[in-house]
Each structure stands twice: as structure tokens, then as C-alpha cells.
Write a protein that binds this ligand. Structure first.
Ligand code: C2E
Ligand code: MG
Ligand code: MG
Length: 759
């Protein structure tokens, strides 16, 4: 080991006491050089040692300090193996240093060395042989304690490693860009975008954008702030290699805010899933919101519908109740409600022993309004009448409509007197006409009154009694009221019987006609006869037309019966005219109901034609009643009949309401003076005056006169004297069957001829 760089012996050390001591004698040049060298060595910042045979020959103070020795002298002669951690390290250094030193070169190495206290430290060793040709001359080594430097380096390396580790294993993409070109990125970034490691190196960032526009937009968004040294944070949409989008949250920072040209670092995190989840969540939220809204709306609608339904049902129930209890046309209580109220009123009357009255009211000739003016006018009239009825009675009274033109008034607390007063007021109220459209209508009531308890103790009986009384009021000339009496009950039973019997009278041929001659007072001849209807019923016997005609009128059967009468009378007339009485005329009674039939004139003409009879061979006897409801219509019908050549006479004249002004407008051929005036002609001055006035009036109007019910010669004489044209009555002849009348006529035509011969 002769060539070992470690010195084994040493010349006087540099730090010999002599050299350090101040020289007394002036220095020799050698001495000065040595001192200068010693100073240089001592002040060098590094340890310097001169070795020979790997032992310290000399060293400076710093060298000793590094190894922890108090002075350089202590190291002189020390084998350098003491400076190594172990023998192997010592020998290894020798082996590696020799070849280099032997070439005359410096050997430089960093090794762990050992201080005198045994602690290890890193040192940097640089050695060189003093004479490369002769290794025995030793070597010089410079030692630097690089322990701190080493530790700092190790710490730095560790930090760098850690950072690299972070960089490589970060779960975010990290990209370094300069001028928007990638200078470095971690694996995650490339993985995130679907590239192979290293594939993006050097690429323009345009590569991971879907379009130029997207790339530009992000540039405009980020770079102004980066250029100003301000970090950017935001979301950008990148594009994978396969074209699918990646939404990233990015944070970018200039690497050196002072020098933007250094580029920027970008931390990118794939938040696509989070975004999708958020979007899904938002959608779910929206859906939920929508569902809640829908549900709420449905609920509200359901509640609204329910409310509506409840209201509808309530309204329906109210309507049903109303319909069940009120008359739809007039709004008055109907029979059902009346019955409830009547039962209650009856209870109160019973308990309190108080009176109670019920008025049955029927409008006279109401049917004619419906027939001639139509139902609309009829309905409107009923509504007005209902109002008037209501206005007449007290609040506690009930006015109800049974239907048609029938009303019932329930008057709790009213006795006979009170009921009569109400009936009177109702009559009074009906005097005013009703204005319906352009029609001025009058409508009189017929009323029947029943009193509790004498006329009935329950609602039905009281109603029946009042109905019967009302019927009596009708028979008694209408427009009046009657109290119920037990006799009426019997009559009404008969009326019902007759009505039923009448239904079959025609088909069972129970009708026949009698004819009563009308004799000319001037000539005594018979020019005309009146057909009078007779009804012979097998059980009920012969029934007077005065009794059954009103019933037939009420039930409407009069139309059929009247037609039968007309046909039968005309057939008889035809027969007589063909058999000796060519100038005979026939008078036929016409009910007001028949008269109001619009087709009457037509029917009359047809029938005359049927029997080939001239129109003036027929005389229709009308009553004043035909003009009561609607004088205009009556005049129009008369005009039509007149135009067809049919004659008309006014029957029972003087008992009705015809005024003189009305009479003037009627196309009447003859007035028949009612028998009530004729009956007392013998002893009643008034009647005589009336009869004579009628005759004169008729003459003035150009009408003929016939006196009815002439029973005596005296009456006949007076009538003749007054200038009456004709007479009819038992004194001349009762109504006779056709054969007997024919005999009568023959006798009288003879008489007529005789009279003629006389003149
Ligand atoms: P009217 O048209 O005034 O007929 C005259 C009535 O007086 C007849 O009664 C007749 O028998 C009766 N009479 C005639 N002379 C006398 C007399 O001297 N004394 C008395 N007390 N009475 C006399 P009748 O036949 O019972 O008829 C009653 C009423 O019935 C008629 O009165 C007429 O209004 C009606 N009538 C009769 N036949 C018909 C008919 O075919 N159609 C219609 N609508 N009514 C008829
Ligand atoms: Mg008559
Ligand atoms: Mg008459």
C-alpha cells in the first residue's frame, strides 16, 4: 500500500509553535514563506491535511475541528483509518483513489467520515499526490464538511420526490401551458381525456376543446386575468379524444405572476359525473316540484269540483224541493205544499178553536184565451193573475195554483165573513184588465168557499167542498162566489154522473131533436123553426139541455154534440124543404165554445153544401157570452159567417152584457127577446118598457125581433102591438118531434094561406 494517498508520516506540522510565535530575529525568506503558508492554511475555510503512508503528517486547525479534535497537533501521526466509519470504507477509499492519483490527477469523492466522538458526517475529499512519480512523498487532501449541504440536498430531493409523487398520483389533471401549448402534464390529465401517457406533450390546448369557438371562448375567459397575475377559477367543457365532452372545474395560475410569459399551471377536475348528478338531481327536483304542483293543482281542482258538485247538488236539491212544492209557471206553492200548509193550519185551527177558510178559484173562460191567443199569452196571463191574487191576501195566507186556471187560497183564521171579503176583493181586483203584449184581457173568477170545520175537517174534503161551491158559482152565471152547502154536494154528484153519461150519449144515440116553430106575428105563418136538443138517458131519464149543456161545455164534449145537432137539424131542414116547405129556415143554438172554434165558418159552409142548402136557410143562435172575452174576435167570426151568407140571431137578449155600441158591430139578423121579459109582460110595466125598447132598438139597427117564451094571448097581443116580428112559445107550440111539427106547420101554412086569401 505504498501508494496509499493517506499519509503515514509527517514533516513538521504547519502549526508548529515555532512558526506561530513572532520572530525575534528578522525572518529569512524561507521562514517568511513558511509563515505565509501557515497563515494561509489556518485561515482556509476547509480542512487541509498532508498525509504520508495514510498517516497525518500535518493538518490545519480546520481539519482538526472538522473531526472534533481540539488541536491540529493531536492528529499528527494518527492513522487515517480512524476517520472512516469502518475498515471496509477506509480500504475502499484507498482502492478507488489510487488509480486516479497515480495518474497525477485529483481524486475527488464524497464519503461518510467519522469524528473523534464516533459520530458520522459527510465530507468532501479532494486529494492529489505531491509527486505522482513518487508516492512515498505523500499526498495533500482538502476536506470540507458537507454534512449540512448533504442533509439539505436530501431534504430537497425528498421534497421534489414528494412533489413528483403528488403530481403523478394526483386525482386531478395538472397541466403546464406556455402560450397555450402543453409543456408538462400528469398522467391523470391524459387519462381524463383518453390519451396515452405522453401523447399530449407539446400539443396546443386546442386539441382538448370541441371547437375553435369553445377554445377561444375559454381563452377569452381565462387569459386576461392570468395576464394580470390573477388566478382563474371556473368551469370549462373539454373534449375527450373520442369526442365526448368532459366538464371540468379548472383553477389556473400564472407560474410566475411577475412573468406571465412563464406560462400557467392548470388544475382540472372532471366534474362531469357530479354535473350530471347535479343535473339529474335538478331534474328530479324539478320533476318533483312539477309533480307537487300537478298534484296540488289536481287537488285544488278536485276540491273545486267537489265544492261545485256540492253546490250543484244543493242547488239541485233546492230545485227538486222547489219543483216538488211550487208551480213552475207562477212560482206559487203547488198542491203538495198547499196540502202541507193546510194540514198544519187545520191543526192550529183545531187546537185553537179558530176558523179557517179555503177558496177554490177558477177563471171563467180561460180556455178561450189559450185557444184563441195561444199558450204563451195564456201563460203570461196566469203569471199576472197569480201576482194579483197574491197581492190581495195577507202574508199568512197561501195562494196556490193547482194547474190550468185553478187556484186555491188557504186563509187561516178567516170565518165566513172574512172569506167573503177576500172573495169580494178578488172579484174587485179582476175588474182591471190585464195587458199582455198588445192584448187587453179581462179575466173574471168563479169562486167556491169552504169553511172549517163545517164543510170538512181535512184538506181533501175542504177542497172538494170548495170545488163544488165553485162549480155552483159557474152555473150561477160565473164571475161570482158561492159558499158550500150540503145541497150543492148532491148537485155536484149529479153533475159528475151526467158528465160520465154524456160521454156515451152520442154513440148510444140518446140524443134527438125537437123543433119549436117561430111564427110571424104579421102573417101567422111559420117561416122558421128552432132545433132544441133532447137527451133521453135509460136510467137518468130525460135531461134538460139547460142542465147538461153547461156540463158538456165544461168537459169540451159540446163540440162533437154541437156538430151532431147541426147535421141532424140541416138534414131535417133539407127533408122539409124538399117536402112542401121550400122556404123554411132552421135556427140552431150554438155554444160560445163552438163559436170560438176557428174552423166554425168553414164547417158550417161545408155542411150546408153537403145538404145542398142555401146559407140563408140556416140561422145560428148565439148568446151574448160569445163576445164577453174577446169582442174583436167575435166580430171577426160573425163577419166571416155573414160573408158566407149565414144568418145569426142573438139568443136570450137582455140577460147578457152586450152594449149598444157592441151590438152595432155585430152582424146580427135578429134579436131574440129573453123569455124572462116576456113572462111578466101582463103585469110588469118595466118588462113592457124593456121589451118595447128592445124592439125599437132592433128596428133602428135594422134587426128583426123574436119574442121567446110566449105563453099567453095577452103577451102575443102586446108583442104584435109593439111591432115584434115573430113569437115562439108554448102558446103557439111546445118544441115538437119532427112528425108532429110537420102536422103543425101544415095546419099553419093553411092558416097562412087563409089569412092571405082574406087580405
Ligand atoms: P133557448 O135557445 O132559449 O131555447 C128556448 C128554451 O125555452 C127551450 O128550452 C124551450 O123549450 C123553452 N121554451 C119555449 N117556449 C117556452 C115557453 O112558452 N115557456 C117556457 N117556460 N119555456 C119555453 P130547452 O129546450 O129546455 O132549452 C134550454 C136551452 O138549452 C136553450 O135555450 C138553449 O140555450 C139550450 N139548448 C137547447 N138545445 C141546444 C143545442 O142544440 N145546442 C146548444 N148549444 N144549446 C141548446
Ligand atoms: Mg135558442
Ligand atoms: Mg133563448
Amino acid at each position: 500500500m505504498a501508494l496509499s494517498p493517506v499519509p503515514v508520516s509527517m514533516s513538521p506540522p504547519y502549526s508548529t509553535p515555532e512558526l506561530q510565535r513572532p520572530a525575534v530575529a528578522p525572518d529569512t525568506p524561507l521562514q517568511r514563506t513558511l509563515r505565509e503558508q501557515q497563515t494561509l492554511l489556518d485561515s482556509a475555510g476547509v480542512g487541509i491535511v498532508f498525509l504520508r503512508q495514510r498517516s497525518v503528517v500535518r493538518c490545519n486547525q480546520r481539519y482538526a475541528e472538522i473531526f472534533g479534535y481540539p488541536s491540529a497537533e493531536r492528529l499528527v501521526g494518527l492513522n487515517t483509518e480512524a476517520f472512516y466509519p469502518n475498515r471496509d470504507a477506509f480500504q475502499e477509499l484507498g482502492r478507488s483513489a489510487y488509480p486516479v492519483l497515480a495518474l497525477g490527477q485529483s481524486f475527488r469523492v464524497e464519503r461518510q467520515l467519522r469524528r473523534c466522538d464516533g459520530s458520522l458526517f459527510w465530507g468532501s475529499l479532494t486529494g492529489r499526490l505531491i509527486n505522482p512519480q513518487d508516492t512515498t512523498e505523500g499526498s495533500i487532501w482538502i476536506l470540507d464538511d458537507i454534512n449540512e449541504q448533504k442533509r439539505a440536498q436530501a431534504a430537497l430531493n425528498a421534497a421534489v420526490r414528494e412533489k413528483q409523487l403528488l403530481f403523478d398520483s394526483a386525482m386531478v389533471g395538472i397541466v403546464f401551458l406556455r402560450n397555450r401549448y402543453l409543456t408538462r402534464c400528469n398522467d391523470h390529465f391524459e387519462q381524463m381525456l383518453g390519451y396515452q401517457p405522453g401523447e399530449l406533450m407539446g400539443s396546443s390546448s386546442r386539441r382538448w376543446y370541441a371547437s375553435d369557438e369553445a377554445w377561444e371562448e375559454v381563452g377569452q375567459r381565462c387569459y386576461p386575468s392570468l395576464a394580470a397575475g390573477i388566478p382563474y377559477e371556473g368551469e370549462v367543457e373539454l373534449c375527450r379524444k373520442d369526442g365526448t365532452p368532459v366538464i371540468c372545474e379548472v383553477r389556473s395560475k400564472p407560474i410566475d405572476p411577475a412573468a406571465p410569459a412563464q406560462g400557467s399551471i392548470w388544475i382540472t377536475m372532471d366534474i362531469t359525473e357530479r354535473k350530471q348528478a347535479q343535473a339529474a338531481l335538478a331534474r328530479a327536483h324539478e320533476d318533483l316540484e312539477q309533480q307537487v304542483q300537478d298534484r296540488t293543482r289536481e287537488l285544488r281542482e278536485t276540491v273545486d269540483n267537489l265544492h261545485r258538485e256540492i253546490n250543484d247538488r244543493k242547488a239541485d236539491q233546492e230545485r227538486i224541493y222547489w219543483l216538488a212544492h211550487y208551480d213552475a209557471l207562477t212560482g206559487l206553492p203547488n198542491r203538495a205544499l198547499l196540502s202541507e200548509r193546510a194540514e198544519q193550519a187545520i191543526r192550529v185551527a183545531q187546537e185553537g178553536n179558530t176558523p179557517l177558510a179555503l177558496i177554490f178559484l177558477d177563471l171563467d173562460h180561460f180556455k178561450h184565451v189559450n185557444d184563441s191567443l195561444g199558450h204563451r199569452v195564456g201563460d203570461a196571463l196566469l203569471v199576472e193573475i197569480a201576482k194579483r191574487l197574491r197581492a190581495v191576501v195577507r202574508d199568512k195566507d197561501t195562494v196556490s195554483r193547482l194547474g190550468g186556471d185553478e187556484f186555491i187560497l188557504l186563509l187561516p183564521g178567516a170565518n165566513a165573513h172574512g172569506a167573503a171579503r177576500v172573495a169580494g176583493k178578488l172579484q174587485e181586483a179582476s175588474r182591471q184588465h190585464y195587458q199582455i203584449d198588445h192584448h187587453e184581457l179581462t179575466m173574471a173568477p168563479s169562486m167556491g168557499i169552504a169553511l172549517f170545520p163545517q164543510d170538512g175537517v181535512d184538506f181533501d174534503t175542504l177542497t172538494q167542498s170548495a170545488d163544488v161551491a165553485m162549480y155552483r158559482a159557474k152555473l150561477d152565471g160565473r164571475n161570482t162566489f158561492r159558499f158550500f152547502t150540503p145541497e150543492m154536494q148532491a148537485e155536484s154528484v149529479r153533475a159528475l154522473q151526467l158528465e160520465n153519461a154524456l160521454r156515451r150519449a152520442l154513440e148510444r144515440e140518446q140524443f134527438y131533436l125537437h123543433y119549436q116553430p117561430q111564427m110571424s106575428l104579421s102573417t101567422g105563418s111559420v117561416h122558421s123553426v128552432e132545433a132544441l136538443l133532447r137527451w133521453q138517458h135509460p136510467q137518468l131519464g130525460g135531461i134538460s139541455p139547460a142542465e147538461f149543456i153547461p156540463i158538456a161545455e165544461d168537459s169540451g164534449q159540446i163540440l162533437q154534440i154541437g156538430e151532431w145537432v147541426l147535421r141532424t137539424a140541416l138534414a131535417q131542414l133539407k127533408d122539409w124543404r124538399s117536402n112542401g116547405f121550400p122556404h123554411l129556415t132552421m135556427a140552431v143554438n150554438l155554444s160560445a165554445i163552438q163559436f170560438r172554434q176557428p174552423q166554425l165558418p168553414e164547417m158550417v159552409s161545408r155542411m150546408l153544401a153537403e145538404f145542398d142548402l142555401p146559407p140563408d136557410s140556416l140561422e145560428l143562435e148565439l148568446t151574448e157570452g160569445v163576445a164577453v172575452d174577446d169582442p174583436h174576435a167575435a166580430v171577426a167570426t160573425m163577419d166571416q159567417l155573414h160573408a158566407r151568407g149565414v144568418r145569426m140571431s142573438m139568443d136570450d137578449f137582455g140577460t147578457g152584457y152586450s152594449s149598444l155600441s157592441q151590438l152595432k158591430r155585430f152582424q146580427i139578423f135578429k134579436l131574440k127577446i129573453d123569455q124572462s121579459f116576456v113572462r111578466d109582460l101582463g103585469n110588469d110595466v118595466n118588462d113592457r118598457a124593456i121589451v118595447s125598447a128592445i124592439i125599437r132598438m132592433a128596428q133602428a139597427l135594422g134587426m128583426r125581433t123574436t119574442a121567446e117564451g110566449v105563453e099567453t094571448e095577452g103577451q102575443l097581443a102586446y108583442l104584435r102591438e109593439q111591432g115584434c116580428d115573430e113569437a115562439q112559445g108554448y102558446h103557439l107550440s111546445t118544441p115538437l118531434p119532427p112528425a108532429e111539427l110537420e102536422v103543425f106547420m101544415r095546419q099553419h101554412s093553411d092558416m097562412v094561406q087563409a089569412v092571405h086569401y082574406k087580405n
